[in-house]
Design a binder for this molecule. Structure first.
Ligand code: SAM
Length: 385
């Protein structure tokens, strides 16, 4: 579920987020209409939803009552598995006492807070609307509801010292979180920061220094029991985000709202459809009210495309890839498994991958070269096809 509004646009953010007026009720109505039209194609695939994710933008600007209505409609349409994960992204600058309780009462059982840093000067540089104390207060309020709580950090900023990064990591750990996302700052061309970088007004941290910080952060978090289960995600075992895992394991998802992404693989995995909805909230609303749900982009993937997709994400997590299981799932008659093993050989020798039972899993070193591994694995799809 994409909620596309923010109080303020962050200078590094190229997500589909917009500032300005919005009408909570109107947006919920549009979503419910979209669900009624696009939902049926997803019905009957599973005994119920495994995850509902309210992302943004800043979904914590959406009135809890509207979030509750949407959850109820999803439950009526698809059913919910008893242990379904219902996550809401929240900006600590938008949430006050009682807010998190209201979301929890509406059915949310996991909060993901955009904290980014515990250093006020970094928060200022990142254009955030909250300071470090507000972030900490927000986390504690969310934890007080009994829901699972995760938060995001961004590091690898220009001029940031090792001590600065470790300060935020230690303060994060002092909050006894079971899940944490720690991203290195990506300079997206189509953002204020991207434009400032192009003009020479911002100098990104160099790759080697970032790589060093990545290892340091992973080591410190690992030492505190937060296992790196994906390139930028850390959790105590059993506390991984089910929603994230669904993406990385190639599961089907229905995206509702402006700019939302959907992915629908055929049950026999012979093909899949990928779609992105129109991005501008105003366009989305006007179309939805006319009963239309235009796409900005649709793509039909054949078996090769579907395989490429799976290979692109499979080695992002420490759960890795089981070549034989994937081969069987896709009915590839052993050819795929043999080719994957062949390609993996070099990565195993380099120490980028390791073997864990029947699975190939990335090592800490491998996490640094994830894109290179993914690119090589994806070539296998072409070779096999
Ligand atoms: C879609 S954002 C939603 C955050 C939420 N709206 C808020 O303001 O707190 C999800 C997360 O992606 C990360 N992120 C976004 N842009 C990034 C960038 N350019 N580089 C690194 N991390 C980024 C941030 O940590 C952010 O919290």
């Amino acid at each position: 579920m994409h909620f596309p509004w923010c109080e303020k646009k962050c200078p590094y953010c190229d997500f589909n987020s917009h500032t300005g007026e919005h009408d909570d009720r109107r947006y919920a109505e549009a979503i419910l209409r979209e669900l009624a039209v696009r939902g049926p194609a997803y019905q009957g695939r599973a005994p119920g939803l495994r995850s509902i994710f309210f992302g943004g933008g800043t979904p914590s600007l959406w009135a809890p009552a509207e979030v509750g209505r949407v959850i109820a409609a999803l439950r009526d349409t698809f059913g919910l598995l008893p242990d379904a994960e219902l996550t809401l992204e929240a900006n600590p600058g938008t949430v006050h006492e009682g807010h998190f309780e209201a979301y929890a009462l509406a059915g949310i059982n996991r909060f993901s807070l955009g904290v980014q840093s515990f250093r006020d000067e970094e928060l200022l540089a990142l254009g955030r609307i909250h300071d470090a104390d507000a972030a900490e207060r927000g986390i504690k309020l969310a934890q007080g509801t009994g829901a699972r709580v995760s938060f995001d950090l961004i590091y690898g900023l220009h001029g940031q010292s090792t001590a600065d990064v470790i300060y935020s990591v230690e303060r994060a750990l002092s909050l006894r979180t079971d899940h944490l996302s720690a991203y290195t700052l990506t300079i997206e061309p189509d953002t204020l920061l991207g434009r400032r970088t192009k003009l020479g007004l911002y100098t990104p941290m160099d790759d080697d220094q970032q790589a060093e910080l990545i290892s340091l952060v992973a080591e410190r978090l690992g030492g505190a029991g937060l296992v790196r289960y994906e390139v930028s995600n850390f959790a105590r075992p059993g506390h991984e985000s089910r929603h994230n895992l669904l993406y990385w394991h190639g599961g089907a998802y229905l995206g509702l709202g402006a700019g939302a992404h959907s992915y629908l693989p055929a049950s026999d995995l012979s093909s899949a459809e990928r779609r992105e909805a129109v991005k501008l909230p105003a366009d989305y609303l006007v179309a939805a009210e006319a009963g239309e749900f235009p796409s900005r982009f649709t793509e039909r993937l054949d078996r090769r495309g579907l395989l490429k997709d799976r290979l692109m994400v499979a080695l992002r997590t420490r759960f890795g890839l089981d070549p034989l299981a994937l081969d069987q799932e896709l009915n590839a008659g052993g050819v795929l498994a043999r080719s994957l093993e062949e390609v993996a050989g070099a990565f195993l020798r380099q120490g980028w991958l390791a073997r864990q039972g029947s699975h190939l899993v990335p090592t800490d070193l491998g996490f640094l070269y994830n894109d290179a591994i993914a690119r090589r694995m994806m070539q296998v799809a072409d070779e096999v096809a």
